[in-house]
Design a protein. Structure first.
Length: 96
């Protein structure tokens, strides 16, 4: 869709989990825990012994972004990383 293979994940992106116990689950990213290299996704929780629910950390390489939260910085990044556009100094007229 965006002609980009990888993208830094952000808070309100929607993702689908591809690997592990919770695979094929979809949800919105609630927190990005950069120190622990984990993300928390809504509805991916575990109940503790005292009844409290805690979010389960998922490694960001095991998820696929389905919907991007767009803003001007993200749009500029996608334009820069777009693989469909031809880049380079020379056009086809120059080489002919």
């Amino acid at each position: 869709k965006y002609n980009v293979r990888s993208l830094p994940i952000r808070r309100d992106d929607e993702v689908i989990i591809c690997r592990g116990h919770f695979h094929d689950r979809e949800g919105k990213v609630t927190t990005v825990y950069r120190k622990k290299w984990r993300i928390h996704i809504e509805r991916v929780t575990r109940d503790k012994a005292n009844g409290q629910t805690v979010p389960i950390g998922i490694h960001p390489s095991k998820v696929m972004i389905t919907k991007i939260k767009m803003d001007k910085d993200r749009k500029a990044l996608l334009d820069r990383k777009n693989r469909a556009t031809k880049k380079g100094k020379y056009t086809e007229k120059d080489t002919a």
